[in-house]
Design a protein around this ligand. Structure first.
Ligand code: PRP
Ligand code: URA
Length: 218
């Protein structure tokens, strides 16, 4: 189990403190890290964050037969959860979460920030029909102003989704405040709480534009 740092101002924010996470995140931030390594690091960090973010998954105990004897053993309880990446950059976190939860379903929400207003514009949304019964893991590497995260969770709640966890790699304090003002019930798991946003709404020290770095569209 990693050390999980709680912040006084954000009681539902869980920062995973682990040397593997910290070291990989430093490589991810470096300007010279190319898109191949960037994708690999996002995958590896998401595996480590996902392990912690899924600790409340429920299990059912079933009797099994081992080669030695019968015993009661826990299995993950249904219905399977849904992973919801925020396009584009959240896509880079999906395979890691599917590695942890191979039975999960995958929804998609397409959002991009208007460069001037910094408000999210929606262009796609698809989730399973019975989503009201499932837990959602919303993923996006970056929580900056919080606008995209808030919009994604608002959209899920409008579709009767009741149980949501948000996983990101970096969060800015301004975005966390905005997010928890609207959604105090949704826990956020992250590798870092960065210092602040700059005048263009980028996280500092941050890692730049996550989507562009991940997909090589710089
Ligand atoms: C980035 C990032 C988040 C959003 C965070 O995506 O992946 O979705 O910005 O910013 P916010 O907290 O201020 O809303 P972007 O809108 O650049 O779209 P892209 O992934 O398609 O590049
Ligand atoms: N989106 C990004 O990709 N990076 C930031 O720093 C802020 C928003």
């Amino acid at each position: 189990m990693s050390v999980i740092k709680r912040h006084e101002a954000f009681t539902n924010f869980f920062q995973i403190l682990h040397p593997l996470v910290a070291g990989k995140l430093s490589l991810l931030r470096q300007q010279q890290t190319d898109h191949k390594l960037f994708r690999e690091l996002v995958h590896e960090i998401t595996l480590l964050l996902g392990y912690e973010a899924t600790q409340n998954l429920s299990t059912n105990t079933v009797e099994i037969q081992t080669p030695m004897e019968k015993c009661m053993a826990p299995f993950l309880a249904g219905p399977s959860p849904v992973i919801l990446p925020i396009l584009r950059a959240g896509v880079g976190m999906v395979d890691a979460l599917l590695t942890l939860m191979p039975q999960a379903k995958v929804g998609h929400i397409g959002l991009f920030r208007d460069e001037k207003t910094l408000k999210p514009e929606g262009y796609y949304f698809k989730i399973p029909e019975d989503s009201d019964k499932r837990h959602f893991y919303v993923c996006d590497p970056m929580l900056a102003t919080g606008g995209s995260a808030i919009r994604a969770v608002n959209t899920l709640k409008k579709h009767q989704v009741k149980s949501i966890t948000f996983i990101c790699l970096l969060a800015a304090p301004e975005g966390l405040k905005a997010f928890f003002d609207e959604h105090p019930d949704v826990p956020i798991y992250s590798a870092s709480l960065d210092r602040c946003l700059n005048s263009k709404g980028y996280i500092c020290p941050g890692l730049g534009d996550a989507g562009d770095r991940m997909f090589g569209t710089l």
